[in-house]
Design a protein around this ligand. Sequence first.
Ligand SMILES: NC(=O)c1ccc[n+]([C@@H]2O[C@H](COP(=O)([O-])OP(=O)(O)OC[C@H]3O[C@@H](n4cnc5c(N)ncnc54)[C@H](OP(=O)(O)O)[C@@H]3O)[C@@H](O)[C@H]2O)c1
Length: 282
Amino acid sequence: MDSAGREVVLITGCSQGGIGHALAREFAANDCRVVATSRSKSTMRDLDQDPRFYLQELDVSSAESVERVVSDVVGKYGKVDILVNNAGVQCVGPLAEIPLSAVQSTFDTNVFGTMRMVQAVTPHMASRRKGKIVNLGSVSVMGPTAWAGTYTASKAAIHALTDTLRLELKPLGIDVINVVPGAIRSNIGNSATANYNKMPEWQLYKPFEAAIRQRAYLSQSLKSTPAEKFAKDTVAAILRKDPPAWFSSGRYSTIMAILHHLPLRIKDAIINRISPINSSTT
Ligand SMILES: NC(=O)c1ccc[n+]([C@@H]2O[C@H](COP(=O)([O-])OP(=O)(O)OC[C@H]3O[C@@H](n4cnc5c(N)ncnc54)[C@H](OP(=O)(O)O)[C@@H]3O)[C@@H](O)[C@H]2O)c1
């Protein structure tokens, strides 16, 4: 199969029900050739028979897996026009007690996974002096709440890395875009809870258990933006000839951008209302 002049888009974390899956379908709707990847093809089964998609298993925490998929795609299509680093995991737990292994594995996926993909794809994009790299950050960086410090720190690292990549990759002809979602409906609350269920019993933070569990679902209220709507706006921005360096959209993205600039005392008070530190006392 050749790409017939179409843009080849490689996306990580395309399991059904999440943002990556919605982005994959929206890129395909915009006539792109989409390499949709996830840890298991079974989570993308609905895309299987659609010729617009090339499905691959890719675990961003494995250098071998990243290298294998990137060289397969370059071999097949001769290029990667757009890389979307979407794969990510939420992680909740109090910073003073959370096992460092949980912090490390969150960073391994969210931060080092992104870096693995960037380092694998950049030589190919640089050889054509053309390409776009899209990293998924988070509005949580603009207004960090209790209990999600590990995740927020990993996304803050993504924002910082993306800012530097934008400068360093420009001379190689590569645009870098920080996509910063607000609250978007997806599987993120369920997967965060599955990880949380493996945490040890808290010592100092047992009374906060309910609030910690609740934090896993903060972005998943009825008011959160459907992933399809988010994907439509985001893909339109990415496909622009001159794409924006920062694209934030979805529920609460504007409020969080304002919150970011408030004095810390006021910011903490507002954050405490949005995400109470102890749900049993409110
Ligand atoms: N939803 C929101 O409100 C929101 C807000 C801000 C930022 N984001 C960011 O948006 C991105 C997508 O999240 P989502 O909300 O769509 O969550 P999601 O539904 O849980 O999707 C996350 C995807 O990442 C995949 N993944 C996890 N670890 C991986 C690994 N080691 N290698 C490859 N893939 C892996 C998951 O695969 P499995 O199905 O195998 O677990 C899944 O496909 C994440 O980076 C997230 O931090 C989301």
